[in-house]
Design a protein around this ligand. Structure first.
Ligand SMILES: NC(=O)c1ccc[n+]([C@@H]2O[C@H](COP(=O)([O-])OP(=O)(O)OC[C@H]3O[C@@H](n4cnc5c(N)ncnc54)[C@H](OP(=O)(O)O)[C@@H]3O)[C@@H](O)[C@H]2O)c1
Length: 279
């Protein structure tokens, strides 16, 4: 029987390329995207094993609606790949008043995963959390004033959300130890994610990263391993072997802050309290 996977932000980039790979392996893939036109374009591009469902991770009402739809249409979800994210965004608040990178990259994953646990449990499913090399650039853990513009910078905030993504993966795994659900984490290195798009990108602004970023296949390989390798845990992160950018996937340690239980407890209770959601 074919497996079913949900991929958030699957209309382009890494999410779309992972969807294509899983479909080639006979998965049915739910493309959870915020923009209907882009989601439908990806659905058409990927063929009959892809289904688009609207999901905007910055809006709790959209997450609720998505989860209700999933629970009514699918009794067993085998994989949830938390991929969607905002990269280096300027300061912006969501409707709820949360800073947008925290809201999408971290709160969105937390909400969606916790709301889908019953469904994932039925299939002994797996939650795969994307993170980034940039987590290693986060030097301190500070969750006060996260939604204020004071001392906000797009790059340090993006780095920090990736630290939180890694901490979330490990803590979620701890909390789910007595269940049949497994958790893993992966990062794609630095990848030319636009290579997967089903539409042409006319003007591509060359950035610093353009010079050493890898092709999309190198980037998605660690993610695929995190989906398929049944022996791994979220304690280590799948990443390209050479300096976390080039080569085959291998298992690496996260930023050392991620292994601090006291900080993870602090983060978990802060998040559970903010989102009014817990296990
Ligand atoms: N590329 C890299 O080198 C790299 C490295 C490390 C980690 N990552 C992580 O990998 C993930 C994918 O990266 P990428 O390079 O493929 O990025 P991308 O091309 O910018 O794709 C991001 C995806 O997330 C979606 N998204 C943004 N906000 C959303 C929301 N509120 N609700 C639902 N979906 C939303 C986007 O939808 P729209 O098209 O509608 O904006 C898009 O589909 C990101 O989380 C990123 O942090 C990437």
């Amino acid at each position: 029987m074919s497996k079913t996977a949900i991929i958030t932000g699957a209309n382009k980039g890494i999410g779309l390329a992972v969807a294509k790979d899983l479909i080639a392996k006979n998965y049915q893939v739910i493309l959870a995207c915020r923009d209907t036109a882009k989601g439908k374009m990806a659905e058409e591009f990927l063929g009959s094993n892809a289904v688009f469902l609207e999901l905007d991770l910055s809006k709790p009402s959209s997450i609720n609606q998505f989860v209700n739809q999933i629970n009514s249409d699918y009794s067993e979800i085998d994989v949830l790949y938390n991929n969607a994210g905002l990269i280096y965004r300027d300061f912006e608040l969501t409707e709820e008043g949360y800073e947008s990178m925290i809201a999408v990259n971290y709160f969105g994953s937390f909400r969606l995963a916790l709301m889908l646990l019953e469904n994932l449990h039925r299939s002994s499913g797996r939650i795969v959390q994307v993170t980034s090399l940039s987590m290693y650039l986060a030097r301190t853990f500070n969750i006060s004033g996260l939604h204020s513009k004071d001392s906000f910078s797009p790059s340090s905030r993006y780095n920090f959300t990736n630290l939180l993504r890694s901490m979330f993966a490990i803590e979620l795994e701890n909390k789910l130890k007595k269940t049949s659900i497994s958790v893993s984490a992966a990062h794609p290195g630095v990848t030319k994610s636009r290579q997967s798009r089903p539409y042409e990108v006319k003007k591509i602004k060359k950035s610093f990263y353009t010079y050493f970023s890898t092709n999309i296949n190198t980037g998605i390989a660690p993610i695929i391993r995190a989906i398929e390798d049944e022996s791994i845990t979220a304690d280590l992160v799948y990443a390209p072997k050479l300096i976390g950018i080039y080569g085959e996937p291998t298992l690496m340690r996260h930023n050392k802050l991620v292994y601090n239980q006291e900080l993870r407890d602090k983060l978990w209770s802060y998040t559970a309290n903010e989102l009014n959601l817990n296990i």
